[in-house]
Design a binder for this molecule. Structure first.
Ligand code: NAD
Ligand code: UD1
Length: 342
């Protein structure tokens, strides 16, 4: 099956591309490099010994997208492309609504026009559940109003896709990711955001290699066993595998399919920190800081649907994620050091 992967050079898209290639899928990537580097293609090639075809343009550009569909004739799209930083989305709401919604409209329009493409996987987020009434969060838990424009785009896009799927004869998997962490076990792919990371795991990675002095633990008075926030951290390679399973499900002509991708297990901030220290035999300096606005006590996924309907079970542990993340961070430091010397 030929799959168009939008945002395929980004964090989740690049890992998913490796798993797709290694499972015999033919992959074409489109990415405008707004949050990624073209070197990621070399890493994908080193891992898979295949270099996927790459188009550098903005998915919102319907003319270019149309030409790509004509030329490549993908049978499926995995739509990762979009902006994802919650804080930035509050500062630049229009930029978020424009990119996330328009890129999705462009993909849906192409699917309406080109009937050879009947399968869509969309990257949604646990953020659509808002402040949970109870955990675990299952696919039938209520969708809440988001507290930020990023989350709002995910809720809106889910609705748009669902309406579209009612009138178009297509198969759609809406995947609600919990908290992806870790990196490719080779150390060649991972997440290395520019500037100060917003999320816990990339922040931990930077502290681990001395690029940042200490981790600020946002709040120790949450209603959780150790007082720090609890989340469901899933290894990015497991998440990547979830996309291959979702494509297999779509091949069965399943129509609309909405599914969580998480581990079903919550881990606190201090729990993750301890796991990172033990996995890598290092010490992570930290201090307790005030709560971050908008954070919740606890969330983790209900995993029954993913297990029963996709056959999804996680292969990697938190310890694996900590080892892989640290390995990638060290590798990227060495690479950037060599580049700076040239
Ligand atoms: P990422 O920023 O690493 O990857 C997104 C990629 O899309 C980047 O390579 C970027 O250059 C590209 N892109 C953005 N807008 C584009 C456009 N208009 N045209 C072409 N390329 C464009 O993000 P990620 O962590 O890999 O996330 C992928 C998707 O998963 C996003 O939709 C994100 O909202 C969703 N998601 C991510 C998380 C997470 O924690 N990482 C959690 C839930 C959902
Ligand atoms: C974030 C996004 C959410 C997205 C999710 C998926 C925010 C506010 N929310 O969720 O929309 O769907 O990622 O990955 O960005 N923490 C610290 N110190 C830090 C960073 C984080 O203590 O420097 C704590 C947080 O308070 C939280 C936990 O670590 O308890 C996880 O935070 P983070 O990695 O940012 O993820 P989420 O907030 O769960």
């Amino acid at each position: 099956m030929k799959v168009l992967v939008t945002g395929g050079l980004g964090y989740i898209g690049s890992h998913t591309t490796t798993v797709l290639l290694q499972n015999g899928f033919d992959v074409v990537i489109v990415d405008n490099l707004s949050n990624s580097k073209v070197d990621v293609l070399d890493s994908i090639e080193s891992i898979c010994k295949i270099r996927p075809k790459f188009f550098e343009f903005d998915v919102q550009d319907k003319e270019k997208l149309d030409a790509l569909f004509e030329e490549e004739k993908p049978e499926a799209v995995i739509h990762f492309a979009g902006f994802k930083a919650v804080g930035e989305s509050c500062q630049k709401p229009l930029m978020y609504y424009e990119n996330n919604l328009n890129s999705t409209f462009a993909i849906l329009e192409m699917m309406q026009k080109h009937k050879f493409c009947r399968n869509l996987v969309f990257s949604s987020s646990a953020t659509v559940y808002g402040v949970p009434d109870s955990v675990p969060l299952t696919e039938s838990s209520p969708i809440k109003d988001a507290t930020n424009p990023y989350g709002q785009t995910k809720i809106m896009i889910e609705k748009i896709i669902q309406d579209f799927a009612k009138v178009e004869d297509i198969n759609v998997a809406i995947l609600r990711y919990f908290n992806p962490i870790g990196a490719h076990p080779t150390g060649l792919l991972g997440e290395d955001p520019n500037g100060l990371p917003n999320n816990l795991f990339p922040y931990l990675n930077k502290v681990a290699v001395g690029a940042l002095p200490k981790l600020n633990v946002f709040g120790d008075d949450y209603n959780t066993p150790d007082g720090t926030g609890v989340r469901d951290y899933i290894h990015v390679m497991d998440l990547a595998k979830g996309h291959v399973l979702a494509l297999n499900k779509l091949k069965e002509n399943c129509g609309l399919f909405v599914c969580n991708l998480g581990t079903g297990k919550g881990t606190s901030v201090l729990g993750l920190l301890k796991a990172y220290e033990e996995a890598n035999n290092i010490e992570i300096p930290y201090s307790i800081a005030p709560r971050r606005d908008g954070d919740i006590d606890e969330n983790y996924a209900g995993t029954e649907k993913a297990k029963n309907e996709l056959g999804f079970v996680c292969d990697y542990s938190i310890v694996d994620a900590c080892k892989d993340g640290y390995r990638f961070q060290i590798y990227s430091q060495i690479v950037s050091h060599i580049k700076n010397q040239k």
